[in-house]
Design a protein around this ligand. Structure first.
Ligand code: MSP
Length: 666
């Protein structure tokens, strides 16, 4: 069983047995006043298909003619109208860690890939989630006001994402007036359509997750001082870590806390109440009414949630009881939030507030229809229910369509354990950029992260992967194929059809042909690579796209090694033809890899493409015609002077001292 999460008893009730878990009004009251709701799903425009483009077939298939990649890629997904890609908005109670960065990098890579495919300009939104009890309490613990804490932490996120080259077009803070206006308008739409009612509600409220937990997700236990407490069976983090990565004000970093803000230990004590029994009058959302519409939405759109296991998980949730949702808190308990319009005694539930950020960034309530519902949300598995159940239901209730797509990823652990302050294993992305470079670290997270399952992080893994695939395989190939010793003119050499005849013309008797069947396989693999990569991006399997590229890079190294161009004599005309052809093919392969890697390692890809003298306007996937000379077409690169930067593409990383010592100990 996963480690349990402690939840302490509510204040004012020390030692008392927990009240019977009971919720009142889980299901909507009679609907005499309830206007008939037409859960609207506006007719979907004939947009790009969600499904992956059809592939030519696996790379190792028998040889097939090279085809126009541009045609294939255009047919696959684009150009189509622009899409709003979003990251979750990050809680402004703790600085970024690599889990947050992973969510953002996935969205960034998808966004960049779409752009390269010539899709209509899209948007990428990110930002910070600044309201709610958890932030209010973290600010108390830090001895600062919530706006002060949020401004500081939001700044850290913006900085880290900018440094990570996340190409966001909008960074939203839920404390901004534009967002507050959108939330209040959204609330009014829910109310006008009869989706809300006022009711009395009681249950266990979990501050770290900002939601009520059913009794089935809690177990009885005792805290460190022997008091009765509740433990959560689901998430498995230590509670302190989940509400605040810094744990307590003593360990808040100075850049957030400043040096003269008071440390408030009694406030910290109050913060220990992580799950508390709550009984209040508040507004309820008729979620139970949406069970069938949600099921229908999912059945009609089987690709809306990917990967598939998460889609199935949501269907499973929808087979269970779906109680109404409490969507406000008494203002006396929660001041740090957006007030309910026309009822200042209530604050809007932080998850409703947060989810509406996706509408705020597209100008709701005025201009959102230019974008909505073409929204693709990237989210971690822990917040799937909020995005795949509550959010679509809220949207339907407000008269809007559910998002077009939800891409779900799993979590990063560190040395097999959850990241937590108490274990001291929280990984700061900014320090990783220093150790591994921005592109090195981006490559690692996207190459190793598998959305379907949790992935484990340790420093040595980064060094090994990045050294072998970026420094040795890719960098080494560029270095060897552009060395002045084999290419003294430093130009993009010519391809010779006689040395490398087209497979359909080849009958095995051509005297000058030097190509082997493995060489033809390489050419076929690289020719089909852009479509394969596009298909994996479209299917939210970026790691698989990178795996395919890495495999081709290895095959290309094999090709180069097999033919040993350094042994060929440039003075012999026949050998020169073959030597140039080997280099030409290798540079063509590298050009494809550089182009395809742009969404993941933009800086390295830029360096690689510049070295190959590929101009910025020649870097789109639509212009990517691999080895045109093989198909009898002209190659614009032949004879071009190579770029001037002959430096190493990616410097090998040193093993950190710490991991060397850890290795010795093992
Ligand atoms: N504020 C909410 C999201 C509101 S979106 C309308 C929230 N914030 S969060 O800061 O806790 O998490 C943001 C993202 O980081 C989520 O996608 C979450 O899954 C992800 N991660 C948090 N820890 C993670 C790992 N250890 N590994 C990978 N991603 C993880 O939830």
């Amino acid at each position: 069983m996963s480690p349990v999460r402690l939840a302490l008893l509510a204040p004012g009730r020390p030692g008392s047995p927990p009240p019977p878990a009971r919720r009142t009004r889980q299901h909507s009251p009679p609907r005499s006043h309830w206007p008939p709701l037409a859960y609207p799903c506006p007719p979907r425009l004939p947009r790009r298909p969600l499904c992956a483009p059809r592939l030519y077939g696996p790379a190792a298939m028998p040889l097939r003619p090279l085809r126009s990649l541009a045609r294939g890629l255009r047919g696959a997904a684009g150009p189509g109208p622009g899409v709003l890609l979003s990251t979750p908005i990050f809680y402004a109670n703790a600085p970024p860690h690599i889990g947050h960065l992973y969510s953002a990098l996935l969205a960034d890579a998808l966004h960049r890939h779409r752009r390269l495919r010539g899709a209509a300009p899209g948007r990428l939104s990110t930002g910070t989630d600044e309201h709610g009890l958890k932030i209010q309490q973290a600010a108390v613990a830090a001895g600062v006001s919530p706006p002060q804490l949020c401004a500081q932490v939001s700044g850290l996120f913006r900085q880290a994402l900018t440094q990570a080259a996340v190409s966001f077009t909008d960074f939203i803070r839920t404390s901004e007036p534009r967002h507050q206006r959108a939330v209040q308008h959204f609330w009014a739409a829910l109310q006008d359509r009869g989706a809300l009612y006022k009711g009395s509600y009681e249950g266990w409220y979990c501050t770290p997750e900002e939601c009520f937990l059913p009794e089935s997700q809690l177990a009885d236990s005792r805290d460190t001082q022997g008091r009765m407490c509740k433990v959560s069976l689901e998430t498995g983090h230590q509670p302190r870590d989940s509400w605040c990565m810094w744990g307590c004000s003593d360990s808040l970093p100075d850049e957030v806390l400043g040096t003269d803000w008071p440390r408030n230990s009694s406030a910290e004590k109050a913060l220990e109440v992580l799950v508390h029994w709550t009984k209040e009058e508040n507004y309820m959302f008729r979620l139970s009414e949406f069970q069938e519409p949600l099921q229908k939405w999912l059945q009609d759109n089987p690709r809306v949630i990917s990967p598939v296991p998460f889609y199935q998980q949501v269907l499973h949730w929808l087979e269970e009881d779906l109680p109404d949702l409490s969507v406000s808190r008494e203002r006396s308990r929660l001041q740090w939030g957006i007030p309910v319009p026309s009822d200042p005694t209530q604050t809007i539930y932080v998850w409703v507030d947060a989810l509406v950020n996706y509408l705020s960034v597209v100008g709701y309530p005025e201009t959102h229809s230019e974008w909505w519902p073409a929204a693709h949300h990237v989210v971690g598995k822990d917040i799937l229910k909020f995005h795949a159940v509550y959010w679509p239901a809220l949207l339907m209730a407000a008269g809007l369509a559910p998002p077009e797509r939800i891409c779900v990823h799993s979590h990063w652990t560190v040395h097999g354990q959850k990241m937590s302050k108490s274990l001291g294993n929280v990984i700061d992305p900014v320090s990783c950029f220093g150790k591994y470079t921005v592109d090195g670290f981006r490559y690692f997270l996207l190459r190793q992260g598998v959305p379907e399952r949790d992935c484990d992080y340790y420093d040595e893994k980064v060094v090994k992967l990045v050294n072998s695939e970026l420094a040795d395989a890719l960098g080494g190939l560029l270095n060897r194929s552009t060395a002045l010793s084999i290419n003294p003119s430093n130009t993009y050499p010519c391809f010779s059809e006689s040395c490398f005849p087209k497979i359909s013309d080849y009958d095995g008797t051509q005297a000058l042909s030097r190509a082997s069947s493995e060489d033809y396989e390489l050419v076929a693999s690289v020719a089909s690579l852009p479509l394969q990569v596009a298909s994996h991006f479209e299917g939210f399997q970026i790691y698989k796209a990178l795996e395919c590229i890495a495999l081709c890079v290895r095959e290309t190294n094999g090709f180069f090694q097999r033919h040993k161009p350094w042994k060929l004599d440039r003075k012999d005309p026949a050998e020169k033809l073959w030597l140039d052809t080997i280099i030409h093919i290798t540079l063509e392969c590298l050009r494809v890899y550089g182009t395809l890697l742009q969404p993941v390692i933009p800086n390295i890809a830029d360096k690689l493409l510049s070295r190959l003298s590929v101009e910025p306007e020649e870097r789109s996937l639509l212009n990517l015609t691999f080895l045109p000379r093989y198909n009898g077409k002209p190659c614009p690169f032949e004879g071009r002077q190579l770029g001037p930067d002959t430096g190493i593409l990616f410097h090998r990383l040193e093993k950190s001292r710490q991991s060397q010592m850890e290795n010795k100990r093992l």
